[in-house]
Design a protein around this ligand. Structure first.
Ligand code: OXT
Ligand code: ADP
Ligand code: MG
Length: 571
């Protein structure tokens, strides 16, 4: 302090600025947000300090944006919400991020501890920390400005290290205005060093995995979204090609190697799951999406051997006995494996030829359907055109949700680059579409095409205003079949619409027009192709209302078998 200076001239900082400085110090620049008490000024100040603040219409969508930002960047996506109701809205997506193993931080304003803990009835009173804890990977509260550096550092490290996941950070209103000396504040901030350290397995585990793979006559590799998240794309490709094994990709791992790769067995999925004798999982869990590794689909009773790479040791043996567990990060595991694969003997041609033949038959069978010019459109006719568009635009990002709309698009549209297909993830959750699309555009600046069931779109549709407000290069294509799965159900009593149907031929295109974007109705595959190509070229916010035959879909798409059946005869 200069001679004669008074106490008040000491430079101060406060909770608002320390949070901003701590995030920026750790390379976090984008915030997905809904403003309100007590965080309105925090959002404003973040923007003033050069952060990109994307303000949504509902916290669930802001949270879904943060979740996918984490997946795409390997840095925690940050969602900033108000207390109680805003916090609860954001919590669904925090759990979604945790379930999918994506790093995310939900920062939520909260009411004052003294009032909440005595339940005196504060504005938006809620014990948020207690509620968040079981639904995320870690949860912290910061009470003192000098602890902000530690709080943010802990949240970042918890989100990205080991198996990534969602972290809750509770920020009481009084923290934001707390002041401390600026120099002391700056000193208290932490730049996290090596937030997701490499985790190498032992050489013995590698040798066991190599021996198991070597012993296989009919090996199969399954790539999951953990492998896409790991961002060691060249190494994954090198390993797959050196092994010579056929592989399939789980939904969001499509494109990690291009879907037209000669070893890709996606179009012979049933065959390879059933007939393989050794399955190597790389960043994919043997959960419901793989029928827990059992049942008819897997050719049960089977004696398949399993090799499993996962960063979480608890994942091993969760569904099937794992013969060769490889606990470590994918990059470290595959680096060690490929180092010992010189002169590797590829699988017998008998196995790979059978797959190539089946693949060719299935692709041929499908290609006829993709030429359909039926009006009203069926799923194949519409998706056949979108398939061509993605082939011409390999950098475009595909966001996809719905039931039939999801399942048909997954098997019809090839992806040729990693992390270009973003969808409903492990929970199969509807409503992720607009948040996912917005974050994909913000984080990558690539054009985004969302292929949305009309029901799926309804969960987050108001965010078309956000898309227009930020002028994002997003084209939303609504597969409008006037319902959930189909648009043809009726109420047996004749009183109401059936629970699964919507207003017939709704004009969703007008929603986009209402906010200044392009809104187009597509009745035919030609209309659809033209509209989407125009949208990608112009990068203007666009909504294409694609009218699909209400009779074209099936109950629950490809997962109708999960519906319980009633034994009582229908009236
Ligand atoms: O080998 P076989 O013969 O089996 O064939 C396979 C491949 O070999 C072949 N194939 C190919 N052939 C030729 N060429 C190529 N290139 C090719 N590629 C593949 O195709 C078949 C299929 O291959 P696929 O897809 O790889 O394999 P399969 O067997 O399907 O894989 C199994 C799974 C389980 C891995 C896969 O199916 C999968 O990933 N499924 C995910 C399913 C999912 O998550 N669904 C979403 C949830 S459904 C339901 O819950 C819905 N809700 C309820 C609800 C939800 N979810 N959330 C919330 C918050 N509230 C409520 C609702 C409300 S869906 C829904 C709305 C639905 O209505 P919409 O209007 O939105 O949508 P529409 O249905 O369109 O009306
Ligand atoms: P999919 O739905 O595509 O099958 P899952 O979400 O079920 O994929 O599985 C992803 C798995 O990847 C999780 O079990 C997670 O622990 C794991 N994982 C994520 N990142 C890494 C990494 N860098 N190294 C190893 N495993 C990882
Ligand atoms: Mg529908």
């Amino acid at each position: 302090m200069a001679d004669g200076a008074t106490e008040t001239e000491v430079e101060l900082t406060d909770g608002f600025h320390l949070i901003i400085d701590a995030l920026k110090l750790n390379g976090i620049e984008n915030i997905y947000h809904v403003p309100g008490i007590p965080v309105t000024d925090l959002g404003r100040m973040m923007q003033a300090e050069g952060m990109r603040v994307v303000s949504f219409r509902h916290e669930s969508n802001a949270g879904n944006a943060a979740a996918i930002a984490g997946y795409l960047t390997r840095k925690p996506g940050v969602c900033l919400t108000v207390s109680a109701p805003g916090f609860l809205n954001g919590l669904v997506s925090l759990s979604h991020a945790t379930t999918n193993c994506w790093p995310m931080i939900l920062i939520s304003g909260s009411s004052e501890r003294e009032i909440v803990d005595l339940q005196k009835g504060d504005y938006e009173e809620m014990d948020q920390l207690a509620i968040a804890k079981p639904l995320c990977k870690a949860a912290y509260r910061i009470l003192h400005a000098e602890d902000i550096g530690i709080g943010i550092a802990r949240a970042i490290r918890a989100a990205v290290s080991g198996r990534p996941g969602g972290v809750y950070l509770d920020v009481p209103a009084s923290l934001l205005g707390q002041t401390i000396e600026a120099a002391k504040g700056a000193q208290s901030l932490i730049q996290v060093v090596d937030p997701a350290p490499a985790q190498f397995p032992s050489q013995a585990a590698i040798d066991r995995a190599l021996d198991t793979l070597k012993g296989a006559k009919k090996p199969l590799i399954i790539l999951g979204k953990g492998a896409a998240y790991a961002q060691c794309d060249d190494l994954v490709r090198q390993f797959v090609e050196t092994s010579g094994a056929p592989y399939i990709a789980m939904s969001m791992a499509k494109g990690l190697l291009p879907d037209d790769h000669p070893q890709y067995a996606g179009a012979a999925r049933s065959l390879v799951l059933k007939e393989s004798d050794c399955v190597m999982l790389i960043g994919a869990r043997l959960n419901w999406l793989l029928s827990h590794g059992q049942g008819r689909q897997w050719g049960e009773p089977h004696t398949k051997k399993f090799i499993h790479i996962d960063i979480d040791p608890k994942e091993m043996d969760s569904n099937q006995p794992i013969d060769a567990p490889l606990v470590g990060d994918i990059e470290s595991c595959l680096t060690m494996m490929t180092a010992s694969m010189d002169g590797w003997q590829k699988p017998d041609a008998e196995w790979t030829d059978a797959i190539t033949t089946k693949t060719a038959i299935n692709i041929e069978r499908m290609s006829g359907k993709l030429m359909s010019n039926a009006v009203p459109m069926d799923y194949h006719g519409a998706l056949g055109r979108l398939k061509k568009i993605f082939a011409d635009h390999p950098d475009a990002i595909l966001v996809n949700e719905g039931a039939n709309t999801l399942d048909f698009a997954r098997s019809i549209i090839d992806m040729s680059k990693p992390r270009k297909r973003l969808d409903v993830g492990t929970w199969g959750v509807m409503g992720v579409g607009m948040g996912t699309a917005i974050a994909a555009a913000v984080e990558t600046d690539h054009p985004v095409v969302c292929i949305e069931g009309d029901s799926a779109f309804g969960f987050s549709g108001m965010e078309v205003e956000t898309i227009c407000r930020y002028n994002l290069p997003i084209c939303v294509v609504i597969f409008n079949n006037s319902g959930i799965y189909r648009g043809t159900d009726t109420d047996p009593t004749g009183r109401d619409p059936a629970p699964t149907v919507f207003v017939r031929d709704a004009k969703y295109d007008m929603m986009m027009q209402a906010f200044g974007g392009e809104g187009v109705t597509a009745r035919s595959p030609d209309d659809l192709e033209r509209a989407v190509r125009d949208a990608i070229a112009s990068r203007k916010p666009t909504l294409v209302n694609a009218l699909i035959d209400p009779e074209a879909g099936t109950e629950s798409g490809r997962i109708g078998n999960l519906n319980p059946q009633s034994v009582v005869k229908k009236k």
